[in-house]
Design a binder for this molecule. Sequence first.
Ligand code: ADP
Ligand code: MG
Length: 465
Amino acid sequence: VERKKRAAAVIEDVERNLATPTALLRSIADAMVVEMERGLRGDIHACLKMLISYVDNLPTGDEHGLFYALDLGGTNFRVLRVQLGGREKRVVKQQYDEVSIPPHLMVGTSMELFDFIAAALAKFVDTEGDDFHLPEGRQRELGFTFSFPVHQTSISSGTLIKWTKGFSINGAVGEDVVGELSRAMERQGLDMKVTALVNDTVGTLAGGRYMDNDVVAAVILGTGTNAAYVEHANAIPKWTGLLPRSGNMVINTEWGSFKSDKLPLSEYDKAMDFESLNPGEQIYEKMISGMYLGEIVRRILLKLAHDASLFGDVVPPKLEQPFILRTPDMSAMHHDSSHDLKILGAKLKDIVGVADTSLEVRYITRHICDIVAERGARLAAAGIYSILKKIGRDKVPSDGSKLPRTVVALDGGLYEHYKKFSSCLEATLQDLLGEEASSSVVAKLANDGSGIGAALLAASHSQFG
Ligand code: ADP
Ligand code: MG
């Protein structure tokens, strides 16, 4: 009975500290809009960098030819080739390959990482079949999706600002990532030119727009989280170049680094952040994204094991191990709807090493998953709402006209596979928008949109015009 009381006290505390009432989400969205404006002014203290992508035109559908794309993001990287057939034929053929990045390369040297990538790319190019056509005398061209903050200097060049998501490679910060990739491709004897360097959010926006003309923003919910959207070029005070003819510029918000004292930051978040590779940074990302959700659950379960002997008299040693509970496992436990939570029980046995958990312990575990996933999904919805606010698509215009159809393209393993997360996100967005506006706003899965998007941008920025 004493144990139960102690467990109940911890759970209540977690519920209180991770709570995200709608009013709080609204004030978080307001704070994000303020940070977006600061970032667009170039305020160096802004926590949203609002990076200029140099993409001032999104794909039209007219793109044609053979193009490659390479997507370096988190745990995997993907290579892709696509034969584009213009307005009539669209995507004629597409092939891709996925390679997981050996963990030691994420914390090694940048030359090793880029050599590994270029080697895999060269191998992929070797398998190009006859159904892909490169016109005589033309060099192959590549769109490079690089899902880390980059200070772009043109559409096809930029320097790394910092690593995130478990990457930590010495000497790469400040370097031109296209230069590094190009040199690695040369070392492989691969004759290919990088004609577009894009963030994955920008790639997803481009790919999303190709599929649906009403896409105005893209959000990634995978290992990390980030968003991009189409901004009016004249709403970017820090842009000192000529105004693009389209009047638009795609902005990579880098919203993962959002920080605010309004965020419901618990002792578990603080401890996880403190022990991370990048303490004090990417606070919003650490509350939302796939790299971290399972770890937050583990930390709460560990507290319950210590304070309330949740898993018996001894704290299971495996539960002490950071990142042992991965978000896909958390998702599997959370979705267990069997009457005895059999799947959840098996997961606990597998991961934590506790064989016989009572039904009550299983319910508690699922409840913790629910609290952590719900907070992440609701905070992500607040972020999307803030972008819609920023571009005036959050409510029906006061002049009585209709709110134009507004599509947000979403991608990433977390959004794609964690059903309870994605449905909570969508419900929360509707709640924030209200009935009328939400009938014009669509959240749409843009599966692997960033790869095709990068290839499309490589096409529209081809050296061959
Ligand atoms: P990345 O973000 O690394 O480019 P993805 O978009 O494929 O790659 O996202 C991978 C991440 O998605 C994983 O790190 C994991 O956190 C999350 N994820 C993958 N599958 C699931 C799942 N079934 N349930 C919950 N999260 C998942
Ligand atoms: Mg990705």
